[in-house]
Design a protein. Structure first.
Length: 306
């Protein structure tokens, strides 16, 4: 481990969740990094999409004290009878958001904090005894954690050298070299794949999937441990035909792990808090029996879901 790199390489972290039992085996610490090249309409972490720290407003916590209005340097915040009126573009363009800390209730806060690799490493290592007992470890998530490639690589190296299991939740929408760099230090790739049809992918994700497919194939050829995960969106990719197509393509790549992530609206309220528009309000979660039918197709094809 290069101690100097650990103290100087920084990343923008918007959350660290300890004692998680999702997104990888065992008990895990999930480190969420900001920034994503995609714009999935159903994204449950809209605060992850921007690359820099941003203001986050929870109206229900606001007591109307006016401290934020008096403290913001360029009149980006106005107190009204209906809560705060925020100039989102102007406020998030600011390099200094420290004044937001005047809010006494946390109604106004900042999502995203600059941290060194050493600082995050130290937090993750607090629970090593639980990783050792459960087979758990670190999961890097986001956003797309690999857009912060230097930071992600340094952190993965440090934890790998410390004997901690590592996983990356990735969209695959990064340069091939980035994936090759982290490959030796990654025990599991949680590869989120939205849709095999390129035009549908562009419509709902805002980008082509060709590079994502190429990277998935490359990782498979390198014998990486890959669990492909598909978010199931009613009317978009919830058919037996679609799942069968995914199975067929993954078999050609030599991948035999596939999991379904049913659509939900748990993150919808965060869009307002980020000054964004949520476009999936008319979409409902898929029926449980429908998900079970699709999972049976996957299981019958000899695929594991973990």
């Amino acid at each position: 481990m290069n101690a100097e790199n650990a103290r100087t390489i920084t990343g923008t972290v918007f959350d660290i969740q300890r004692y998680s039992i999702h997104d990888g085996p065992g008990i895990r610490t999930i480190v969420f990094l900001k920034g994503c090249p995609l714009s999935c309409k159903w994204c449950s972490n809209p605060e992850s999409q921007a690359y820099e720290p941003q203001v986050f407003y929870v109206k229900s916590k606001c007591i109307g004290c006016g401290l934020c209005e008096r403290s913001c340097p360029n009149n980006e915040v106005k107190l009204t009878e209906d809560g705060l009126l925020i100039d989102w573009k102007a406020i998030n363009a600011s390099k200094d958001l420290s004044w937001v800390n005047v809010c006494p209730t946390g109604a106004l806060g900042v999502k995203g904090e600059k941290m060194t690799a050493q600082e995050v490493f130290d937090i993750v290592m607090r629970d090593k005894v639980f990783y050792d007992q459960s087979g758990g470890g670190l999961t890097l998530s986001g956003g797309e954690p690999l857009v912060q490639s230097e930071f992600a690589l340094e952190l993965l190296k440090m934890l790998h050298d410390a004997g901690v299991n590592t996983a990356i939740e990735t969209t695959g929408a990064v340069d091939k070299k980035v994936l090759l760099d982290v490959l030796p230090y990654t025990d599991l790739f949680l590869y989120d794949f939205k849709h095999w049809d390129n035009e549908i992918h562009k419509k709902y994700i805002g980008a082509s999937n060709s590079h994502i497919k190429e990277n998935l194939k490359m990782l498979a050829e390198k014998k990486a441990n890959i669990l492909v995960r598909v978010p199931v969106i009613p009317g978009v990719n919830d058919t037996e035909k679609f799942v069968s197509k995914v199975i067929s393509e993954l078999k050609e790549y030599g991948i035999d792990k596939l999991a379904l992530l049913p659509f939900h609206q748990y993150g919808s309220g965060k869009y307002v808090s980020c000054g964004m528009t949520y476009e999936m309000q008319d979409f409902k979660p898929p029926a449980e029996d429908k998900i079970e039918e699709l999972r049976k197709i996957i299981s019958d094809a000899g695929f594991s879901n973990k």
